[in-house]
Design a protein around this ligand. Structure first.
Ligand code: TYD
Length: 135
């Protein structure tokens, strides 16, 4: 499967805008966990791993950053800079988060609870995993 940008509802209002996300309605999974990445010093890179099971939606709630998605053959870069859309990342893709702006805030909705064994942290292991689990 491919990573795709998902537009979320947006209620524009002179008092301030409002967006939301509902599990299984706007995203194709049930939300088991939410985490966020913040106070990222300039030039730092987060991620750099793949998940065997975990699916996720990544939203730039504030500021901007790029998500690099790699299926073992092709890399795609998604720039996230608005809080009314997110990047859906299915399982089995290598992903890195780069180019964080000052004060950026990345919200991640995850389909699983935290499980260290779901991570593939070695890139060669990831390439081997892809050849045996090609989707
Ligand atoms: P990790 O996912 O490895 O972040 P990154 O790939 O961006 O470096 O998480 C960093 C640490 O935080 C790691 O030791 C595991 C821990 N962690 C949790 O305990 N629960 C969580 O939900 C997440 C996302 C991470």
């Amino acid at each position: 499967m491919k990573a795709t940008l998902i537009d979320l509802p947006k209620f524009e209002d002179p008092r301030g805008n409002l967006s939301f996300v509902e599990e299984e309605n706007h995203i194709p999974f049930k939300i088991k966990r939410t985490y966020w990445i913040y106070d990222v010093p300039g030039g730092q890179v987060r991620g750099g791993h793949a998940f065997k099971k975990q699916e996720e939606l990544i939203i730039a709630l504030s500021g901007s950053f790029d998500v690099v998605i790699d299926n073992g053959k092709i890399k795609e870069i998604f720039s996230l800079n608005r809080s009314y859309y997110g990047l859906y990342v299915p399982a089995g893709l290598w992903r890195q988060m780069i180019n964080f702006s000052t004060n950026s805030l990345a919200l991640v909705l995850s389909s699983t609870e935290f499980e260290g064994i779901d991570y593939i942290r070695d890139y060669d292991d990831f390439l081997n995993y892809r050849t045996t689990h090609e989707k």
